[in-house]
Design a protein around this ligand. Structure first.
Ligand code: ZN
Length: 419
């Protein structure tokens, strides 16, 4: 952990050297992002394949639960985008996210570069246009691979148009301080055949860090904090013929458990943007301006949500507790817990009343082990007495001597010395 911090400060120092030169004032801004927007953990429910059941059966549930917002990954397979655009536009307008799941839902590794462009890049624009016809202002930032088939070449195409891609697999849990592969985020997959509702409920408890985890097999990943759980769903109906369908009653139970566990229940793109911002803002640099400091940062991807409200705490061990923040010309009001919600997409803010900010302390020099005992000998090895360093005391006659240096933690050395 210590090593990571020192790498971080080196990176900042380098960036500052380039950006401001040695004369400028430059150090990391005294902020800490509040994990998971102030919740102990987060969950993103994602629904693939543009099923009609997702607005027929799911929308009434979502409308009744104002704290639950989810993501729908749409595809043009079987003309579903056109047929269901109105229903998904309504879901978008009630605060849910719309993502891209390709035009044809074909296997991406089998496609040529040109086909990938059409499936991935062009289709994102197609979805936005299709939903705009029904009054939804959709900004696609999230992608999900069909069948979770991904690859380095595919990632490159996704990355050009989306800031996150969801794949499948593993437990679907992500830690706050570990930056995931944004082009291959893992998700826990629901299926009637492989997963029970109880197992999903347990996963929601684990994400909220509810339970006892200290008896975990030491070879398995240890649960030490709340996490971000990503869940993959498909059809929402009682159809038992499709093993990927989930009963409306069961998904309702999962939503209710997530609410009860006080998880942050937000779309994939929302949580991803928040976490990406966390890795950026804590490396933001500040420099002195009249009556304060200007803090600046860059956005990590050009396809971010239009607004990324970010909850931060000011590090009052570094600046005065009277520090105030201004953004876009307005003074920000702190939340009741003292945190601030800033707009990450504004890429800057001003700090005032910080008090004196001490420059980072120079690292104490490492003590170098040194020789402490020096003894003078003549050339025949006769001990003459103590001396100071590799020099012969003034009262000895001219000639060649031997000096032996000793120290507790160093090998003894001898040198011939002339006087
Ligand atoms: Zn799919």
């Amino acid at each position: 952990m210590k090593k990571k911090t020192s790498n971080k400060s080196t990176a900042i120092a380098l960036a500052c050297g380039i950006a401001f030169g040695l004369a400028g004032f430059c150090m990391a801004a005294p902020f800490r992002t509040v994990p998971w927007n102030g919740h102990v953990g987060a969950v993103s429910f994602t629904f693939d394949d543009a099923y009609e059941t997702q607005f027929l059966n799911l929308k009434p549930l979502l409308d009744a639960m104002p704290d639950v917002h989810v993501t729908f990954f749409l595809t043009g397979f079987q003309d579903r985008l056109t047929k269901n655009a109105e229903g998904f536009a309504a879901l978008a307008n009630s605060g849910n996210e719309i993502g891209n799941h390709t035009l044809s839902h074909w296997r991406l590794p089998e496609e040529t570069d040109d086909e990938l462009e059409v499936e991935i890049t062009d289709f994102a624009d197609t979805i936005e246009a299709a939903l705009a016809k029904y009054g939804a202002d959709v900004n696609i930032v999230s992608f999900a691979t069909p069948g979770c088939e991904n690859g380095e070449n595919i990632k490159k195409v996704i990355q050009k148009r989306h800031m996150i891609n969801r794949d499948c697999g593993f437990d679907g849990r992500n830690k706050w301080d570990v930056e995931p592969d944004w082009m291959s985020l893992k998700a826990k997959i629901w299926s009637r055949t492989d997963v029970t509702v109880n197992e999903m409920l347990n996963a929601l408890d684990t994400a909220a860090f509810i339970g006892t985890f200290n008896n975990t097999n030491p070879l398995e990943p240890q649960i030490t904090e709340g996490t971000w759980l990503v869940v993959l769903q498909h059809d929402v109906s009682e159809r038992t013929i499709d093993y990927l369908s989930i009963n409306p009653d069961d998904i309702k139970r999962l939503f209710e458990r997530a609410v009860k566990n006080k998880l942050w229940i937000a779309p994939l793109g929302t949580v991803a943007a928040y976490q990406r911002a966390h890795f950026i803002i804590e490396n933001a640099t500040m420099d002195k301006i009249d009556n304060g400091y200007s803090v600046k940062w860059k956005i990590p991807h050009e396809r971010m949500p239009k607004s990324v409200p970010l909850r931060i705490q000011i590090d009052t061990t570094r600046v005065s507790s009277k520090t105030t923040l201004e953004q876009d010309g307005k003074k920000l009001t702190p939340e009741s817990d003292g945190s601030y919600i800033i707009e990450f997409m504004s890429q800057s803010l001003i700090m005032r009343n910080t008090g004196n900010i001490p420059l980072p302390k120079a690292k104490p020099k490492k003590a170098i082990a040194s020789y402490s005992k020096f003894t003078l000998y003549d050339l025949r090895g006769k001990k003459l007495g103590a001396t100071n360093g590799f020099s012969v005391p003034k009262d000895y006659p001219k000639g060649i001597y031997i000096i032996r240096a000793e120290a507790e933690k160093l090998p003894a050395i001898t040198k011939k010395v002339a006087k």
